[in-house]
Design a protein around this ligand. Structure first.
Ligand code: ANZ
Ligand code: ZN
Length: 865
């Protein structure tokens, strides 16, 4: 027969699905809903292999549940605001919107060429006013509900370009364009009060049982709950300093107090202390990003102040200002216990402060145990600690807390138990043009007011220029000048736009009613949500998911949805990797320019054009910088979308990385042709017999049917468990069994022919979620009516799943020579016929007839020669 031609068939079926609106889902469909969603892409210009992997998985799930009779929602959209569009605008002198919309067009065509079962009628792009006007409405609702606040917060300030920089625009502490040392500046900015919800967001993680444990752990750590003590230290000169500690058990090991550079006491002291003033300025230049702080050397300045040691009579502790103490955590002040905290230890060694161990490791000796360069942070018994001696850490924490609660310093209890969260409020202000305008007006008389809802959307002006650095909205000559909605006086529009994480925190809800006049239609959203299966990269495991969880709660509080958790099932897929290649001069070489050869056991590479030797490097995540990328378009053009999809699903467990190889793709492509040949041969066979029936009367028909039904059952459960590679392996096995039996079946009874036909049809159906175009072509060739995409998932005959075969040993003259597996209860005559056809037995008999064959049904075969 003819080879299967994906280039011809794939566009054909895509059009058929489109014309039939096969994947358009209705909100009124009474069937049980199923919502599958892949994280929507940023329209950077082209899709990459990571997208192909992500969407192939989601598509299998979508097509499978559709076949299972669910009303499937599988939408797609664009996370379309963000900095790259502004950069492109500067570099190419185009408008960010033009660039973004062009990219969306190109990427949509690419996605369509993959044959994804997407409901494109629900497409949304977050940069369009039809989308962001609803976001503005919800912002106003959230303001009214007290979920929004405005406060001072630090930004990265480029003093040369006179502009606020995003974190990713600060490289090694310098502005990416100007190269100037970046400063921290205080600006009044907008915040969502997510920290109010810290406890709830933490507790609800326990209910997310269909999330990977590692993601839940990351979220837990990010929220960072810690139970500790606010503790007052009396200053020797009067007054008190309050610290936050989670380790009051180590109080006898305290050797200094450290204040944040931004602590009010620091500010007061710096007023007449130039060394301190200079140090504070240095800290501000360094910034407060967690990473910078972790890497930076621990430094400080002595203030000249002392506090009384709270448990050692007569002793005092010096008070420092230190760069590693943050103002927005705890109280902005700490007590340092160098023996049991690494930062404190580094600090103590630098400033020659005492290091007194107070926690004794389980096997250590109290007389000789000392801490040198590594702080001891594990479990142990408290020692060197007066009334705490002999206690475990937990017991000592409790005892210390009780001790300090009963004392009074500065007219207050010396110690108060307090729970702290690392989670900060979500700062959503961005001093950028290409984002959703924050719908607020500042009036000198009336204050800060929301834009009246009837005036929404606050549309981004089109006529902007990017010739000077900073926020193009702010530079616009007229846009920000408006009249106050309350008093009518001239007022100023807010020029901050929202963090693009806001856009992606509710798009999944918008998909449920993308044309609604309100952000959602709550009844509709509640029917579809939560998303049954969300699939995306683990890089979004923290912020995107946490913000979406928060925003869903905020939408509930403002009446837009009726649920707390947006994503019931979450799956994070691994990355797509590829070998790297380097030229003799050390430059990265792209895979398309490399020819690979095998010699003996090894492999070598040369340059396609120049022939020069190329060295084969490590396997890395596909990235432009290492040039080890494969363009999905080229793969689709050469092998077809089905092959790319199949390979992406087949090669490794979906949560792991998958290595893209030429050999792998070719294997997938050969498999496609193999299926097509099998279908062709089967059609030829079926044509010869007019009376085929599907029954299990014949034992070979029965064993084939068992293989088929087992495969249907397993592929279904593997897809439900997102074990795509195992589903693929099942399909390979089924194909092998069918190819084998197609070779044997030609002169066989109608029952066997029937079993073969059933098997091939099921194979096509099992393939349909993964290689949908091939499956449609085969379905049509088999003479089936309608689309395989519309065919219900095949039913499994439970009787055929029962493992009712037996393996009987075969003895020849009392010596074991082999075995045979047959259905339980197979009659002796049938077993005899099968045994005599086995290669091993044929060889032993060597043309002679056996003297006798004794068969104990279901037990053993004895051949006497
Ligand atoms: C004394 C102590 C002894 C501490 C010891 C640790 C170990 P978590 O658990 O992450 O909440 N800390 C408190 N406020 C801080 C701030 N604003 N900036 C920097 N560090 C701060 O961390 C709590 C611990 O981090 C606190 O417990 C405090 O140091 C420090 F062997 O107090 B600890
Ligand atoms: Zn006013």
């Amino acid at each position: 027969g003819e080879r299967y031609n994906p280039r011809e068939m794939e566009p054909r079926w895509q059009k058929v699905w489109d014309d039939a609106k096969s994947f358009v889902s209705s909100n009124d469909d009474p069937r049980e809903p199923y919502y599958v969603l892949e994280m929507f892409p940023y329209p950077s210009g082209r899709i990459h292999m990571g997208h192909v992997r992500n969407y192939s998985m989601g598509d299998v799930v979508a097509r499978y549940y559709r076949a299972k009779g669910r009303n499937v929602l599988h939408p797609m959209g664009w996370d379309a605001f963000g900095l790259p569009a502004e950069n492109a605008a500067i570099e190419r002198k185009t408008h960010p919107g033009t660039w973004t919309r062009q990219n969306i067009g190109a990427m949509k065509a690419q996605l369509k060429s993959m044959g994804l079962a997407i409901d494109w009628t629900r497409e949304i792009a977050t940069c369009e006013p039809e989308y962001y006007k609803h976001q503005q409405a919800m912002f106003i609702d959230m303001m009214a509900a007290g979920l929004v606040t405005r406060k001072q917060s630090k930004v990265n300030w480029d003093p040369v370009d006179m502009t606020v920089l995003a974190n990713e625009q600060v490289i090694d502490g310098r502005g990416w364009r100007s190269g100037a040392v970046v400063e921290q500046r205080e600006l009044t900015q907008w915040f969502f009060k997510i920290s109010d919800m810290a406890e709830e967001l933490l507790e609800a993680l326990d209910g997310l049982t269909e999330w990977p444990e590692k993601v839940r752990i990351m979220q837990r750590n990010w929220i960072g709950k810690s139970e500790g003590l606010r503790l007052l230290f009396e200053r020797t000169d009067g007054g008190a300093i309050e610290v936050f500690t989670t380790r009051p058990d180590t109080i006898f090991g305290a050797s200094f107090i450290a204040l944040s550079p931004d602590h009010p006491l620091t500010t007061r002291l710096a007023a007449d202390n130039s060394a301190l003033t200079e140090f504070v300025a240095e800290c501000h230049r360094q910034g407060t990003a967690t990473e910078t702080l972790e890497k930076a050397e621990k430094k400080g300045v002595f203030t000249g102040l002392h506090v009384k040691h709270p448990v050692i009579d007569g002793a005092t502790l010096p008070v420092y200002v230190a760069n590693f103490v943050l103002m927005d955590y705890g109280t902005g002040a700490i007590f340092g216990c160098p023996a049991h905290d690494q930062r404190d230890l580094d600090f103590a060694r630098k400033y020659d402060l005492p290091v007194v161990p107070v926690v004794l490791p389980p096997d250590a000796d109290a007389a000789s145990f000392a801490v040198a360069e590594v702080a001891y942070t594990d479990a142990g018994t408290i020692f060197n600690s007066g009334f705490l001696d002999g206690k475990s850490i937990e017991e000592a924490k409790k005892a210390a807390a009780e001790h300090f609660a009963a004392r009074v310093v500065d007219g207050r209890p010396q110690g108060t138990v307090e729970v702290n969260y690392r989670l900060r409020d979500w700062g959503v202000s961005r001093q950028r043009y290409w984002g959703c305008p924050i719908p607020v007006i500042h009036c000198e008389v009336c204050g800060t007011l929301p834009v009246p809802k009837k005036d929404l959307p606050v549309v981004l002006p089109e006529d902007v220029t990017f010739d000077k650095p900073g926020n193009a909205l702010d530079h616009h000559p007229t846009w920000k000048h408006v009249n106050c909605p309350q008093c009518g006086a001239s007022a100023r529009r807010e020029t901050d736009t929202m963090d693009t994480f806001v856009d992606s925190s509710w798009y999944f809800a918008r998909f449920t009613a993308p044309d609604a006049e309100t952000p959602t239609i709550p009844a509709v959203a509640n029917r579809w949500l939560p998303v049954d299966q969300y699939i995306g990269g683990v890089e979004h495991a923290i912020l995107h998911l946490l913000y979406s969880r928060y925003f869903t709660r905020a939408m509930k509080a403002t009446g837009h949805v009726g649920l707390d958790e947006p994503f019931k099932g979450l799956f994070t897929q691994g990355m797509v990797t590829h070998e790297t290649y380097k030229s003799p001069t050390g430059e990265w070489v792209a895979p398309v320019d490399v020819v690979l050869e095998t010699f003996g056991e090894g492999r070598r590479a040369k340059h396609l054009q120049s022939g020069e030797p190329i060295s084969i490097g490590s396997i890395e995540k596909m990235s432009k910088s290492k040039k080890n990328v494969i363009d999905p378009d080229e793969i689709v053009a050469t092998y077809g979308a089905d092959t790319a999809r199949w390979f992406m699903l087949s090669d490794s467990p979906p949560e792991r990385d998958v290595q893209w190889t030429e050999a792998g793709v070719e294997g997938a492509s050969r498999f496609q042709q193999r299926v097509w040949r099998l279908v062709g041969e089967t059609i030829e066979l079926i044509k010869q017999s007019s009376d085929i029936v599907v029954t299990s009367d014949d034992s070979e028909a029965l064993s084939l049917r068992k293989i088929v039904h087992r495969a249907v059952h397993n592929v279904g459960s593997d897809i439900e468990g997102l074990r795509f590679n195992r589903a693929v392996a099942q399909i390979y096995e089924l194909t092998n069994a069918l190819v084998r039996s197609a070779g044997l079946v030609s002169a066989a009874p109608a029952a066997r022919m029937g079993a073969l036909r059933e098997g091939v049809e099921r194979l096509v159906q099992l393939l349909a979620p993964m290689m949908p175009h091939l499956a449609e072509t085969c379905w049509e060739a088999l003479g089936k009516t309608g689309l395989v995409a519309d065919a219900p998932w095949p039913a499994v005959d439970a009787a055929l799943l029962v493992d009712d075969t037996v393996t009987m040993p075969i003895q020849v003259n009392g010596k074991r020579r082999g075995e045979i597996t047959v259905a339980k209860g197979t009659p002796a005559a049938e077993v005899e016929r099968l045994v005599l056809s086995l290669d091993e037995i044929v060889r032993i008999l060597d043309g002679k007839a056996p003297k006798k064959i004794v068969i104990v049904p279901d037990r053993i075969v004895n051949v006497v020669v």
